[in-house]
Design a protein around this ligand. Structure first.
Ligand SMILES: [Zn+2]
Length: 426
């Protein structure tokens, strides 16, 4: 979608972030392409040898991109030192060294291409997310920290990549996922921020939330899917063009459910299937309950789908789980400050023990869903299939989508929960 004066949504916020990071701040990163943003784009264009038309077309986006992935590339010239490169390109010597393992900083070879990370934290915590921003941050993290591996576990119903990150070299495999539900997208920056803080702690040999990061890195492999539902998130945050067929498709679905606000109340994927009711864990019972509640067709939430795993997103997460045989899984949702750990009594003492530690560390309440109220979720399926600890975390408190100003209140609670799973001894 072409972004220009008058545009709105999370893709505009992404441009505003790029402008701010490149020194052309446009005011609040509110996702509104007004006069301030237009002027900032014009200044940015003049500075980068582009036609200063104030429209964020493909050429402008290409020049903004390095500030979103947080690095640029550079070819070493005779007489360069890492220090003078870092000074010229707004980096630091350690950042360059970390991103270029094997580079001999005392004997630079002219002609060598290197990665130069910019000296700022990559994961923004003050703008609305889109699937594009999630992909850019994932790429940036994997480039900045070469021990982070980026893969794609599948595609959404409308063809968007579902990225996954992996880090650590241990036997214990911990899986963290976020944004199964579209209007719970704040969980995406939460888990990405955790990956970044964890990676930073590892390279600096520092503790993370009081835990030894190198120890955690040695005994665990952490797998992260930061956005299970990219189509849904893009709908909620306004990254889908209102003139597109995707948008009208969702709008039409929502008209059958006028009691749910659109698009803010949207939780499902863009086919109108609630991904956390689409797993094969007593799915027929979930279907019966939700049909009785009136969710009998594609809906903004609570429609279980025509059959278990009908949605490509839940299928991708299930396949990824089977491929990697996780020991512990944590699914982030909002809201309620609760930790769900049980399903039909499949969870055992070990799951209860880790659950108690998570609850103590976060201040969240360890709860079981009321008898017969929860079926067909990812955690439910994982517990049934593997009988290993699997949790649904209801992060934060308020009305979904939780506002961004809650980020720094919620983040430490969620970070503590992930860290507990990494220091947990089975
Ligand atoms: Zn949820």
């Amino acid at each position: 979608m072409l972004l220009k004066p008058g545009s709105r949504g999370s893709l505009v916020a992404l441009i505003q972030l790029g402008l701010e990071r490149s020194g052309f701040a446009s005011g609040p990163k509110d996702g509104i392409y007004g006069p301030k943003t237009t002027n900032a784009v014009i200044e940015f264009q003049k500075n980068h040898g582009l036609t200063p038309d104030g429209i964020a077309g493909p050429q402008t986006m290409l020049k903004i991109r390095p500030y979103l992935v947080g690095y640029t590339t550079y070819t070493i010239k005779p007489g360069d030192t890492l220090y003078n490169i870092s000074q010229r390109l707004y980096s630091t010597v350690p950042l360059i060294e970390n991103a270029n393992p094997g580079l001999n900083s005392l004997n630079l070879t002219p002609g060598t291409n290197i990665i130069v990370p910019y000296n700022f934290s990559l994961t923004p915590t003050d703008i609305q997310f889109s699937s594009l921003l999630c992909e850019l941050i994932c790429e940036g993290l994997a480039v900045r920290y070469p021990f982070i591996y980026l893969t794609t576990i599948g595609r959404s119903a409308f063809g968007k990549a579902i990225p996954a990150l992996r880090m650590g070299k241990g036997e214990k495999r911990v899986f963290v996922n976020a944004s199964h539900h579209a209007n719970e997208w704040i969980t995406t920056p939460i888990v990405l921020k955790y990956v970044e803080e964890y990676a930073k702690a590892v390279v600096n040999a520092e503790n993370l939330g009081g835990a030894n990061s190198e120890y955690m890195f040695d005994i665990n492999t952490l797998y992260i899917v930061p956005m299970v539902n990219p189509d849904g998130v893009d709908l909620v945050t306004g990254a889908i063009d209102k003139a597109s067929s995707q948008y009208s498709y969702a709008k039409k679905i929502s008209e059958n459910y006028p009691q749910i606000s659109f698009p803010q109340g949207w939780k499902a994927n863009l086919q109108g299937t609630d991904l956390n009711l689409n797993y094969p864990a007593l799915w027929e019972r979930a279907r019966q309950i939700k049909f009785e509640q009136g969710f009998t067709s594609p809906a903004p939430r609570d429609y279980v789908g025509p059959e278990p795993l009908s949605a490509p997103e839940s299928r991708a997460v299930l396949n990824y789980t089977r491929q990697n045989n996780f020991n512990i899984t944590i699914s982030f949702h909002t809201q309620g400050e609760e930790i769900y750990w049980q399903f039909e009594n499949y969870a055992g003492d070990e799951a209860r023990r880790l659950g108690i530690e998570m609850a103590n560390a976060s201040g969240y309440e360890l709860t079981s869903p009321e008898e017969g109220s929860s079926y067909a979720g990812y955690k439910d399926w994982f517990l049934m299939e593997y009988r290993r600890p699997g949790y649904t975390i209801e992060a934060g408190k308020g009305i979904n989508p939780l506002p961004l100003y809650d980020f720094w209140r919620i983040y430490p609670q969620c970070a503590a929960i992930i860290t507990q799973s990494l220091i947990f001894e089975e």
